[in-house]
Design a protein around this ligand. Sequence first.
Ligand code: PEP
Ligand code: MG
Length: 497
Amino acid sequence: MNAYDKIASVVQQVTTGKKTTQEAIDAISTKDLTECLFSSSQGDTSGPLATGIAASPGAATGKLCLSVDNVLDTVDAGGAAIMVAMETGPADEPGMRWSAGIVTAHGGLASHAAIYSRGLGLPAVCGVNDLTVQESSITVGSIVINEGDIISIDGATGELFKGTIDISEAETPEELDTLLLWCDEARKGCLGVRANADTSEEAAEAIRSGADGIGLCRTEHMFLGDRLPAIRKVLTAEDEKSQRTALIELRDIQKQDFVNVLEPMEGKPVTVRLLDAPLHEFLEDNEEQNPMLGLRGVRLALAIEGLYRTQTQALIAAVEQRIEDGQIPAVEIMVPLIAIEKELEAILEAIAEEIQKSPIPIPLGTMIETPRAALIAGELAQHVDFISFGTNDLTQMTFGFSRDDVEATVINEYIKKEILEESPFSTLDQIGVGELIKAAIEKSKEANPTIKIGICGEHGGDPKSIRFLSDIGVDYVSCSPPRLPIARLVSAQQSIL
Ligand code: PEP
Ligand code: MG
């Protein structure tokens, strides 16, 4: 029986009294759900041209497009586009949004292309080592494909094909909604399931997909595409006056962004992560040599006075606006990339005056993304209401594996040589990163017994990782909206154990 029929039949067995809801929840696997939720390829007779990292599930066929303009022209003309690039960044967002699939030569599961594609539910293949991108063609091994030619991908297997392939489309039975509602009933009071969502569309999708709230709203994602100049002005201002002007502009834009995200949320909590803009993605001529470990997150906020205060003002203005419009929103503020207690203290002090002006209480939290933050979680926990593990960065920094390029170059080889069983960016490394998280949770709870614990790295949508995290005392996971049904099912199965 295929997964579609299996879900339909299991739900019917409950309605006819042959199974309990618990038995129904246990009878469905995450593989069954994945099969229904994402399209997949049946391959083609000549096999794939190349295989990269399976970065976001789903299969797609379309014209090879090498620029945002080309994607938009292709889609305007009624075609489907597969956007191909060496790597993607914020400026590519308008093209990515309209593409049927994404391919990059660099990058892995936690790269910009992968995270963005998973958020949108788009198939993506990253880290295709054999791929080089020219101005109007690509070369894969020795084969040249011109812009406009048809290519296909399967983001669950990481395969890239020339020409078309047979695609089995995603199809969910109407009984799935019933099953997921039973899951929500079963997991009440147990592991929460939130979404990583940055726009009103993603927030609406999160609500439709059953999220308990937003666990990560990446505010730098509000400055993509034609919004880039606004953030670049803040990042590159040469004197105080121009910085102030740029920050005021940012505040006004961001207020409306927050209003838009809060609107569909029906008062459910929204965790706003203050700006964490990797400069190599946001600046045109960034000269930083080590961007993911350099001037990012809280470090940038301490260098640009007023940055987080301005974002806090924007959020509170949005809250006031929503209250005026008749909704009582729930928001939380989270500080990224902390490694030192005094960094956190400095930020909390900088935004304290604004927080006091808020018409609703705003819980404050910090991400735990650096091994040092995990080690001093007890000290950090005394200052905050919640912590959330950013397991993408925590994995990167614990292993010393760059999240941007290590997968294609090292991890695939390690898996072949059985040095690693799987990518730690996909499934949480329980004995290393997991131990660090476990110890950090214990220390935080000791220092602050009412503290809430979340996780918002990509592992929040991975079944094996969710099971582990639930067992070690995490209160909620947060994942991209298309993976929410999977997280709801796993959380329900855990609650029954
Ligand atoms: C993380 O590091 O896990 C995280 C959620 O933050 P980002 O992916 O935006 O760095
Ligand atoms: Mg991070």
